[in-house]
Ligand binder design. Structure first.
Ligand code: MN
Length: 133
């Protein structure tokens, strides 16, 4: 792991247990604190009760989907970056997620290099944005 996410709180929203384990394994050595939610209600509970620096958002969730959940998170706190993950590589799906407020997007199967780079980028971008405001 070439990135240091010490002190960073990452919320993984993912209903598929294998995908959760995969993301946890990727982030294990980064120093980040990981929260896991399997569905929308759990995710909102964590967002409203914990410091969350970035959300890794599965779009295909049972019940409230990842786009709807992103809208809820952003209306609660728009400064939390949301990185969408989906099995669909269609432009239309990407557009839907970006319109819902997702800040960036990766497709499954997840590329480890790419997702860690994007997490680093989003945390850094949002920190900079905070300073400007
Ligand atoms: Mn899913």
């Amino acid at each position: 792991m070439k990135y240091n996410f010490q002190g960073i709180h990452i919320l993984i929203v993912e209903d598929d247990l294998l995908s959760v384990k995969f993301l946890e394994a990727i982030l294990e050595d980064s120093g980040a604190k990981i929260f896991i939610a399997r569905k929308g209600e759990e995710a909102m509970n964590i967002v409203t009760n914990e410091k969350v620096d970035i959300v890794l958002m599965d779009i295909q969730l049972p019940g409230m989907d990842g786009n709807e959940l992103t809208r809820k998170i952003k209306s609660y706190d728009k400064s939390i970056p949301v990185l969408a993950q989906t099995a669909h590589a269609l432009e239309e799906d990407k557009k839907k997620s970006m319109e819902a407020g997702c800040d960036d997007y990766v497709t499954k199967p997840i590329d480890i290099e790419l997702i860690t780079h994007k997490i680093d980028e989003l945390i850094f971008q949002f920190k900079k944005r905070d300073k400007k405001e």
